[in-house]
Design a protein around this ligand. Structure first.
Ligand code: PMV
Length: 360
């Protein structure tokens, strides 16, 4: 598919008003997207677990506006309060997606959004937020084009979400989502995320992700700045090649249920992401002392007890602790006894692999 396939048909009639509400989850990448080309095209393929508990709920009320208003018209409320500082990001998003949702300028919109996770928990809500908003916009488009298939609805929601925040395109469906062209994944696309199409061993079906909030403040480096650091990065091409290779290896691992190999690959991906940041110009260290303490304790515990528990990181200090359902009690006990002490105010979030966004 190409971008042109997401241009809408001519609409016959526009509904006067209505409201759409969707809840979309966050996701955690196993193979990381880091580096992009113009138009939010990823420099390498990535794959993520869709999460369940960490989610954004967004509703969009739309009402036909008078012919005189020519620009986008929207009010934005976050957790019940007007949120002016989110507006420029939404404005930019609307400008990017306008060719694909031209009806937008025909409506006054009221966007109300809230997160299931606490405000300023250091968890980025851009993936779940952009996914939920894109699904609401697709809901409006569906009113205009009732024949639209579910497949097109979800695919275009992912396509739009990508234009808001790259990884958001992996927050539409569950439970393992891949995004970015890869020679070993038929129909994989740089334009949208899709369900991982191969066999997955049952051990990965109920995976847990306990998110340890080591640092709850704003991210030191925004992902826009971070992706740009890959332009001209001395190791960028090798990294992109490595991601392709890791995707191929992961296929075998996911089919066999080889947890040893899974943990090694996932941890290496996380550390490579951080290594890219440490070796860019300018350079950054996004881990905190607590991050390293946690990593070392996970390694020690795994060695001593043979419990298959590993970590991954996104572009910050927080640690995602990943483990299968079968070791849940042991893992939670260990997390509470040994790791929570390294979290800011002892805060952590228990999440697990999820089935994707839902319409409310
Ligand atoms: O979607 P963005 O532009 O915020 O980038 C997210 C990048 C990582 O979270 C670090 C990795 C990933 O694949 O999710």
């Amino acid at each position: 598919m190409t971008e042109k396939d997401f241009l809408p048909k001519a609409y016959d009639a526009m509904p006067e008003e209505g409201k759409a509400t969707w809840k979309a989850p966050s996701n955690i990448a196993l193979i990381k997207y880091w580096g992009k080309h113009k138009g939010q095209i990823p420099a390498n393929p990535s794959i993520s677990f869709t999460l369940d508990a960490c989610a954004t709920t967004t509703s969009v009320h739309y009402e036909k506006k008078g012919p005189k208003k020519t620009d986008f018209s929207f009010d934005l409320f976050f957790e019940g309060k007007p949120k002016e500082d989110f507006k420029p990001k939404i404005q930019t998003f609307f400008e990017r997606i306008e060719p694909y949702v031209p009806f937008l300028k025909g409506y006054d919109l009221v966007i109300e959004t809230s997160n299931s996770f606490p405000h300023s928990s250091g968890i980025a809500s851009s993936a779940s937020g952009m996914a939920a908003l894109s699904l609401c916009l697709m809901e409006i488009e569906k009113q205009l084009d009732p024949e639209m298939t579910r497949e097109h609805f979800l695919r275009k929601a992912s396509f739009l979400a990508r234009l808001g925040s790259g990884s958001a395109c992996r927050s539409i469906e569950g439970d393992l989502i891949t995004w970015g062209e890869h020679s070993g994944i038929p129909e994989s696309s740089n334009l949208y995320g899709m369900k991982y199409p191969f066999e997955v061993h049952p051990i990965f079906k109920n995976y847990h992700d306990t998110i340890l909030l080591v640092h709850k403040g704003q991210k030191q480096v925004s992902s826009t700045v971070g992706h740009n650091l890959m332009n001209g990065h001395p190791f960028a091409n090798e990294r992109f090649k490595q991601a392709h290779g890791n995707m191929e290896r992961l296929k075998g691992i996911l089919a066999d249920g080889n947890l040893e190999a899974f943990m090694a690959l996932v941890e290496s991906e996380a550390l490579t992401l951080h290594a890219m940041m440490m070796t860019s110009t300018p350079y950054f260290i996004l881990m905190r002392p607590g991050t390293l303490e946690i990593i070392n304790k996970i390694w020690e515990f795994r060695k001593e007890t043979k419990t298959p528990i590993c970590f991954t990181l996104d572009a910050g200090a927080n640690v995602h602790v990943l483990y299968p359902e079968s070791v849940k009690e042991k893992a939670i006990q260990f997390i509470q006894d040994e790791l929570v002490g390294h979290c800011e105010n002892g805060h952590y979030l228990c999440d697990r692999i999820g089935k994707g966004a839902i319409k409310l």
